[in-house]
Design a protein around this ligand. Structure first.
Ligand code: ADP
Ligand code: ADP
Length: 207
């Protein structure tokens, strides 16, 4: 299974990816997680990415495309992958398409997790994560007692507003390309975590 999860910031992509990859036995490849790891390590790529991420801007295509195309050629992705947060622009979608064509692979599905803008801010500003990368929410999905959590630098109201602008302006335009291919699945992202997982499985025909 080669698939993409897409949606606005805070839609639940990371949360759902972590649940779904357990069934599919494919790696969860999150461009945001990879970039945050590079920032933490202080690599050249990380230093460049940090400036954009803090402000809620998109990291330049050339940086992200190289990083992801390199990642999907690793042995653990030979039988499939779940991309989360990539592609996020039309040039990224084109680069992925060209790379897959060249390798002789097809994308099976792209799942769009839909959540209206007015619900997004609460999800993003209430998001917390622990050292293992588990995702929580201060109200909707609190961390168990004793687990210490942190807030992402870009989960402020200001950066969230900018990220929503980027989502509508730069990411939504990739959708018609996949819709034409007949592989775009729209899923309602409002409901319990289990409800949303069930909708995604149903959309993928794997329930
Ligand atoms: P969310 O799912 O909340 O939108 P991510 O963790 O996917 O957040 O991304 C966090 C930030 O990392 C983005 O705001 C952007 O700065 C950068 N980023 C992640 N993926 C990409 C990408 N494919 N292209 C450009 N920038 C990206
Ligand atoms: P994304 O990767 O799309 O940015 P996350 O999976 O990190 O989104 O989820 C964003 C926040 O919303 C987290 O705090 C998460 O716990 C919470 N969340 C995820 N799914 C739901 C849901 N179905 N209902 C309510 N809150 C949710």
């Amino acid at each position: 299974m080669r698939m993409i999860l897409v949606g606005p910031p805070g839609a639940g992509k990371g949360t759902q990816a972590a649940r779904l990859v357990q069934n599919f036995r494919i790696p969860h490849i999150s461009s945001g997680d990879m970039l945050r790891a590079a920032v933490k390590e202080g690599t050249e790529l990380g230093q460049e990415a940090d400036r954009y991420m803090k402000a809620g801007k998109l990291v330049p295509d050339a940086v992200v495309i190289g990083m992801i195309l390199d990642r999907i050629t690793k042995p653990d992705a030979a039988n499939g992958f779940m991309l989360d947060g990539f592609p996020r622009t039309v040039p990224q979608a084109e680069a992925l398409d060209a790379a897959l064509k060249k390798a002789g692979f097809d994308l099976d599905a792209i799942v769009l997790i839909e959540v209206a803008d007015d619900l997004i801010k609460e999800r993003v500003t209430g998001r917390r994560s622990d050292a293992a990368g588990n995702i929580y929410h201060i109200k909707n999905n609190p961390a168990p007692a004793g687990v210490s959590v942190v807030q992402r630098k870009d989960d402020t109201e200001e950066a969230c507003t900018e990220r929503l602008v980027k989502y509508h302006g730069e990411t939504e335009p990739i959708l018609p390309f996949y819709e034409k291919k007949g592989i775009l699945k729209r899923v309602n992202g409002v409901g319990s975590l289990d409800e949303v997982s069930a909708r995604i499985r149903k959309a993928l025909g794997t329930h």
